[in-house]
Design a protein around this ligand. Sequence first.
Ligand code: NAD
Length: 359
Amino acid sequence: MKILVTGGAGFIGSAVIRHIINDTEDQVVNLDKLTYAGNLENLESVSDSSRYAFEQVDICDRAELERVFEVHQPDLVMHLAAESHVDRSIDGPAAFIETNIVGTYQLLEVAKKYWQALESERKTQFRFHHVSTDEVYGDLPHPNEQVDALEHLFTETTPYAPSSPYSASKASSDHLVRAWQRTYGLPTLITNCSNNYGPYHFPEKLVPHIILNALQGKPLPVYGAGDQIRDWLYVEDHARALYLVVTQGAIGETYNIGGHNERQNIDVIHTLCDCLQEFMPREGGYRTLIQHVTDRPGHDRRYAIDASKMAQSLGWAPTESFESGMAKTVQWYLENQQWWRRVLSGEYSLTRLGSNQTV
Ligand code: NAD
């Protein structure tokens, strides 16, 4: 199989590509614009493989997308390219509308034309997998406000109610994908996943931000009281789930992916501080660096995923517990200081490894 992965230089996309190259026989074409979030150093361990190719392309550029499909002739598409940071979407929504909505539309159109022209066996095999977030569902009751709150989980049929420009743009793209399946018969699948964490996570996101600030003795900012609840999943468990869905999932289906690890943000920060204290003790500990800051506008109170469909229909289960995954993540940042120092200094954006190889 040849798999076209969009957004493969990002956090989750690079985990997907490392999984495909290391654990399968498949070939990968990584299509990425290399925005600030795209870092080819995430793929250093696999970019020499003869089964890997890179194309620096914007998903909004239809002519370039057509060229990539024509040259590489993919069997499967895994669409992860997106603007992904909620805070950035509040300050500047335009890029989110452009990439997440218009870019997904362009990709769907090119994939549709390509799929329609395939000969019968390859046409039956083709899949377009759209990778999305649980944030499209809005938020759930919080145990501080409702006694039975924890009984409420997002399922595949939960109505959409996005709160931020980011989640609204992802919700829009999910709707487009469903419409292209229903109207044109494009064989699509959608996954909606909870918060990921793990190696190669861009430092603007909560987990790496806290680890790196702590290591540098800087304040650890916590939005509001820090009682917002998220469901945490180790990124390599997500990557395995995505590969299962694109290769074995049923066309037209949606799958929710989550770790069954609901934690308040403040508990995540405490766990990270305690892991750091174990691996690299600091006088007085790291918790003393915590500082509460004004909450994000429209901040969702709680997300939690019911991932039972993934378990029952595809036999998937996460391998990392919250504690083991967080400990592994802290250890990774301690052992890979060069990676994050190059990201913080901006040097990473000058690297262009393995570009435009062909498979
Ligand atoms: P990321 O920001 O780390 O990576 C996004 C990648 O997309 C980058 O490599 C970037 O260069 C690329 N990109 C952005 N705009 C592009 C464009 N116009 N054309 C081509 N490439 C472009 O994001 P991530 O955290 O790896 O998330 C990947 C996907 O998974 C996103 O669709 C996101 O919505 C979804 N998701 C993320 C999480 C999470 O916790 N991070 C959870 C659920 C779903």
